[in-house]
Design a protein around this ligand. Structure first.
Ligand SMILES: Nc1ncnc2c1ncn2[C@@H]1O[C@H](COP(=O)(O)OP(=O)(O)OP(=O)(O)O)[C@@H](O)[C@H]1O
Ligand SMILES: [Mg+2]
Length: 524
């Protein structure tokens, strides 16, 4: 609701203008009286018209009309006969009407002029206000732009200071922006790498993988890191980790790509060194294992020396006997060639047997790195039995075999597998010391325990395994024998495991111990 003060304020503002109208008419009246007195005859209407124009000019239509009305009253009363009355003579009417019309016309002209001037003033004020507002807006925009360019400068500075290559690409993955690190590292210009041209900096061997990973990423939507080499400005390549992240809109459509590319050359170098060190360690370990296995073979053969020597000796003695017999048959007259032939055949057989034993011993004694071949386990077992037969005989142990027919061959080192069998048989034979002669029995079995797996078992009728020895059997240097080293089973287990198999012990029924190992077919 407008306040009474504000309601009255336009009228109060107009008061001086009305006062001016009254004063102007009064002044015209006084001037007219003075002029009449001193000049007798004057164009009295002019003075009043001037007063009306002044009032209308300064105050507008209202004061102009007031001045017009007052002027007419003053003219009628004081200057137009009959004087001192408002009555008008008939012949004076046109003069009064003309004066009124002229006055009204002037009031109208002055009021119109005043309104025009006022609206012009208003328009100018509005224009000034608009200009001022525009200037203010311009200033604000300038400040916003300055802030934006400062923020952009800071952002670029930040991006350039990050110790990684940072890039931005379009939805199609085309590179649109790269930070300083890229240009410093590759020595390229933006035009040389714009769009998809950056690929020219990737090592040709890594490019396909990098693109592949990128495609998988887009298809799955799951972030995937990839590694590739980037060419440095001097032509050298270093390894980098590529980590792209897509920006999506509310419909999950990819609208841009952002990515960081981190130098991982030092890490890669350390990895390569670690792999090399690991490989070296593996070589050293294998070499040590080979040496140990060889030492164990030599020691085991050493234990068999007496029985093997005895066996070879027997063969040689038999051969000599046969050779003597052949000589006798030749010296007889006539020489009995049939008998000579038979005796010589015995010589060949006996020397052949001795030669085979020596060959096998030499093979076992030789130290050579692990060599994977196709091994017929039955055949390998038979050869070992040949070597241990003398020892078994010496210890009054009956060696029995139960070898499965059509056993698949395994991939392995023949000498090392024979070493395992030899150790197990020898342990079994040695365990028999404590049992009566007639109960000494060692049974060697082979089977295809499950498809793709060959199993070998050595069971004896010895005292079996005590709980203590059962838990420590495969420990290095665990032995209960006075002259034992305690390395046999430990080495056997490492050989079997190197073939991808397993070696374990259990109780034999009704008594004794059983050692078994299984090896996968075609593996190891
Ligand atoms: N068939 C078996 N019956 C009972 N005990 C056994 C049998 N085989 C091995 N053992 C026990 O396991 C121990 C460890 O055997 P391993 O073959 O490792 O060493 P070792 O035979 O004592 O010495 P070497 O290093 O000369 O072979 C043996 O000392 C023995 O106590
Ligand atoms: Mg042993």
């Amino acid at each position: 609701m407008p306040k009474s003060g504000s309601l009255w304020s336009p009228y109060l503002r107009m008061m001086p203008h009305y006062a001016v109208a009254i004063l102007a008419v009064a002044a015209a009246f006084v001037a007219e009286l003075l002029l009449n007195r001193f000049l007798q005859s004057t164009p009295f209407i002019t003075m009043f018209l001037c007063a009306i124009v002044l009032a209308a000019w300064l105050g507008g239509a209202g004061p102009g009309l007031l001045a017009t009305a007052l002027s007419i009253f003053v003219l009628l009363f004081y200057f137009i006969p009959p004087l001192d009355t408002f009555a008008v003579a008939y012949q004076e009417m046109p003069r009064i009407v003309l004066f009124a019309m002229a006055a009204l016309f002037m009031v109208w002209v002055c009021a119109a002029q005043g309104r025009t001037a006022q609206s012009l003033r208003g328009a100018r004020a509005e224009l000034q206000a608009s200009v001022q507002k525009l200037e203010q807006l311009n200033e604000e925009q300038r400040q916003t732009e300055a802030r934006l360019s400062e923020a952009e400068r800071e952002l670029r500075l930040t991006l350039d200071s990050i110790p990684a290559i940072i890039w931005r690409g379009g939805s199609n993955g085309y590179v649109q922006q790269l930070n300083k690190r890229w240009f410093e590292y590759t020595g390229t210009t933006f035009d040389q790498v714009r769009g998809r041209r950056w690929k020219s900096c990737v090592h040709p061997d890594d490019l396909e993988h990098l693109v592949d990973v990128g495609n998988k990423y887009v298809a799955s939507g799951n972030p995937i890191d990839s590694e590739a080499r980037l060419r440095r400005f001097d032509g050298e390549y270093r390894w980098f980790l590529f980590r792209p992240v897509p920006a999506r809109d509310e419909t999950e459509t990819i609208i841009a790509w952002y990515g960081a590319v981190l130098d991982i050359e030092d890490r890669k170098h350390a990895e390569r060194k670690a792999v090399e060190a690991e490989r070296q360690a593996e070589v050293t370990r294998r070499d040590a294992q080979d040496k140990l296995a060889h030492a164990n073979r030599v020691a085991t053969i050493g234990q068999l020396t007496a029985s093997i020597t005895h066996e070879v000796n027997q063969s040689i003695t038999a051969a000599r006997t046969s050779a003597s017999a052949a000589l006798n048959f030749l010296n007889s007259s006539p020489p009995n060639l049939e008998e000579v032939k038979e005796a010589l055949e015995c010589v060949v057989k006996d020397t052949g047997r001795a030669g085979a034993v020596v060959t096998r011993i030499r093979a076992l004694m030789r130290r050579s790195p692990m060599r994977m071949d196709s091994v017929d386990i039955n055949e390998a077992v038979r050869e070992v039995i040949e070597l241990t037969r003398g020892e078994a005989l010496k210890n009054k142990v009956a060696l029995q075999t139960e070898l499965a027919d059509r056993l698949p061959v395994v991939r392995g080192d023949r000498v090392q597998l024979q070493q395992v069998v030899l150790n197990l048989i020898l342990n079994a034979v040695q365990a028999m010391d404590a049992v009566p002669d007639e109960a000494r029995e060692v049974r060697i079995t082979t089977s295809e325990s499950s498809p793709g797996e060959v199993r070998l078992g050595v069971r004896d009728t010895g005292p079996g395994l005590t709980p203590d020895s059962f838990s420590r059997l495969f420990e290095a240097f665990y032995t209960t024998k006075p002259g034992g080293m305690g390395m046999g089973l430990a080495i056997c287990r490492s050989i079997v495991e190197a073939h991808g198999g397993q070696l374990w012990a259990s109780a034999n029924t009704p008594r004794g111990a059983m050692f078994q190992f299984s090896i996968p077919v075609g593996k190891g």
